[in-house]
Design a protein around this ligand. Structure first.
Ligand SMILES: Cc1cc2nc3c(=O)[nH]c(=O)nc-3n(C[C@H](O)[C@H](O)[C@H](O)COP(=O)(O)O)c2cc1C
Ligand code: SF4
Ligand code: SF4
Length: 343
């Protein structure tokens, strides 16, 4: 017996995990004779969001990026209308397999921050539910093999369906709050990722000469963060690092420039220690940690912006392109791309 007559699911998904969770919620609702709307937030005008059906149970589903919801989801939640809806907050996280044990990801502040924003808008938080599906962060590690992905999916799907049934019946679920110590310990990293890390990661992507300029990555990016510059994909700072483009390029041409980023990081620390902080009038920055952080972040991101332009230009020269490609770990065969269910 359901406690609600309608369910509205808002989701953001890079590589399909969160989308699958949204669809499982929707299927569970239909089985319980609850009408349902499933809405991809990347397709919605976030400045004028149509409120869900009156009395609807509302679910938000999104991956965790840097121990927080990605900016696009936070932006959506920040613009979500005020009201008195009952809300489910779900995040998909980086599940891995250790023997037969699915190790959980880390939610960080994703669920708490969103719960706080929605609570301040008048809504009632009914559940905070993390879902451990395979990690898709393939800039950092090779994609999990298909057998592991299948194992994780097979074990996690029933948990989500069980959660959906109890949530639709009106029950709360706050078991995830048991992880709050770890979540709060990583909170400073979530802030660093939000103000600096994500911009840097956005500029690690490039297309190798295997790119045939099909334009699929440009068309499929959920936040329009790729444009063609000089007939080659160019990543903007607005990239959410959702990994969709890298995982779905038909030519496997999208890489992460690991080697080039190490060179840039070393050059930056040299510039700071051997040039900038040697100036007498910079002592006041070096002695104030907040000022130092702000100064170094702005300087680094400005450098990245200039460097990326130059990098993109130099990629047209074969020797440079080959140097970059062979210092990108993602180039090597063992570095799988990620494929979730139904992708
Ligand atoms: C840039 C980036 C940052 C991530 N940060 C986290 C994190 O902080 N904690 C975590 O558990 N998983 C993290 N992940 C893993 C994803 O949240 C996880 O694989 C998610 O299920 C992907 O969902 P999607 O397929 O709907 O995009 C991260 C992935 C990416 C690409
Ligand atoms: S999807 Fe791949 S091949 Fe097509 S334009 Fe993008 S990088 Fe090039
Ligand atoms: S550019 Fe690629 S990684 Fe960045 S948001 Fe678009 S699809 Fe995702």
């Amino acid at each position: 017996m359901s406690g609600y007559s309608h369910l509205t699911v808002y989701y953001f998904s890079g590589t399909g995990n969160a989308k699958n969770v949204a669809l499982w919620l929707s299927e569970s609702a239909k089985k319980a004779n609850v009408s349902v709307d499933v809405i991809a937030i990347a397709d919605v005008n976030r400045r004028s969001i149509t409120p869900p059906v009156e009395g609807s149970l509302v679910a938000f589903v999104s991956p965790v990026h840097g121990f927080n919801y990605p900016p696009v989801m936070l932006h959506f939640i920040a613009h979500f209308p005020k009201g008195r809806y009952s809300v489910l907050l779900l995040n998909t996280r980086a599940g891995m397999l250790l023997g037969r044990f699915i190790t959980p990801g880390v939610s960080g502040i994703s669920l708490y921050l969103s719960a706080l924003i929605l609570k301040l808008k008048g809504h009632r938080i009914q559940a905070l539910f993390p879902v451990d599906l395979p990690s898709n962060w393939i800039s950092l590690h090779p994609g999990l093999n298909p057998k592991t992905v299948d194992y994780i999916y097979t074990h996690i799907q029933p948990r989500v369906i069980e959660f959906a049934q109890t949530a639709l019946a009106g029950k709360s679920d706050f078991k995830s709050v048991r992880e709050c110590v770890v979540d709060l310990l990583v909170a400073p990293i979530a802030v660093l990722y939000y103000v600096a890390g994500r911009f840097m990661i956005a500029k690690t992507f490039y297309a190798s000469r295997d790119c045939n300029k099909c334009g699929l990555c440009v068309r499929n990016c959920p936040v329009q963060a790729i444009r063609m510059v000089d007939n080659r994909p160019y990543w903007k700072f607005s990239c959410e690092s959702c990994m969709r483009c890298m995982n779905s390029c038909p030519k496997r041409a999208i890489e992460t420039a690991h080697g080039m980023f190490v060179v840039l990081a070393v050059a930056f620390s040299f510039l700071l220690s051997a040039v900038i902080y040697q100036q007498n009038n910079m002592a006041f920055v070096a002695h104030n940690s907040v000022l130092q952080f702000l100064f170094e972040t702005v300087l680094f991101l400005s450098l990245v912006a200039i460097w990326y332009r130059l990098f993109h230009f130099l990629l047209r020269y074969r020797w440079f392109e080959r140097l970059v490609v062979y210092t990108s770990l993602t180039k090597f065969k063992f570095w799988n791309r990620y494929k979730g269910w139904h992708q």
